[in-house]
Design a binder for this molecule. Sequence first.
Ligand SMILES: [Zn+2]
Length: 386
Amino acid sequence: MAKQPTIYLALTDDWELRGDGSGDMDTIQLEPMRRLASIYEDNGARGSFFVEVMQQRTFRRFQSEHPELKALADRWESQVRDVYQRGHDIQLHIHPQWTRAEYRDGAWKLEGKWSLLDYSAEEADRLIQECKDFLEGVLQPIDPNYRCLAFRAGAWCVAPSPHILSQLQAAGIVLDASIVEGINIHTRNLQLNYANCEESFLPFYPNMQDARKVSSRKEEIICVPTCHFIEPKGFMLRRHMKMAWRLVRKRFDVRRKGTLQGANSVAAQPSEYREWEHVNSSIRSKIVHQLRPYLNEGTYQIGDLSALEYPWLRCMMKSIRKRARSSGLSEVPVILENHTKEIRSFKDIERFIKDCAQATDIQFITLTELALRLQNGQFKIQTATP
Ligand SMILES: [Zn+2]
């Protein structure tokens, strides 16, 4: 049997408020980031935080009229510096909906378009360059050698685009982590289809107009897909039964408390989740969407620590090991995702990180290390056969 390759795990995290600007920064950003960093440190790991820069720039823009925003922005900055100085990595994440923001009665109203793909070449170029300069401006005073080398687009929106990859490369980005197989989003703010990407696991040189495709030659920027796995049917059934149970309990609670509104109605959900409702999705189409994978091999899941319970995290690792083995390579980098704002169980994450730390075939890697090692040839980068 072939030797198990070494898996280099990059523990990434999209660090941000919710997509509509809602959420308490202390509760969903500052506190969970500190906790996560401690879990990593206790296990000899270092995380890589994709910090959302447009949010911070907007807080700074409004801070003279609203001193409470200045206080929060100062804490954002000092925590980013602190976490970096403790050995974790900080890289670039951009949500362009903050380009048109209003702040009233303590709440944000974000009117900018959500997808970077919906901006003109000039606008996208300016955004990327300014955000990258901003982030380097935060970290270079404490480390003149800090470089912004890795990028993940807000809501994964990087392809197809005739200009974004070249603009990232011109801004000094070496590695993009926005591609994740299986994503298919059709909301009122976002249209994105990453079903059938040509490379969904190994680092690759992208087609510069469409990162869902692999280039036949070496390019100046490298895509490393964010991990996905196929959730087996048994797990799917367990998840659906849990969902159904939660729904029944919610309905029971509603009846008991005498609330008129249906607990599972869209109106009962926080506004952020309504933003992620698929357009034209009737109850019937939602049920079909949930059931169809039973006829196929299973459901696509993003390797997102915040969304997966421990048994699912183990299942994901099993799938990663299998794909790493079948690649025939001796060293394979894998990018995991996390959303600090969504973490359900720190206990499950801690147990998973502990397992990884003890495994002889797993090493942790930061995005900066990954970018540099890709550049100097330690990891194989896929090209398409012309
Ligand atoms: Zn994000």
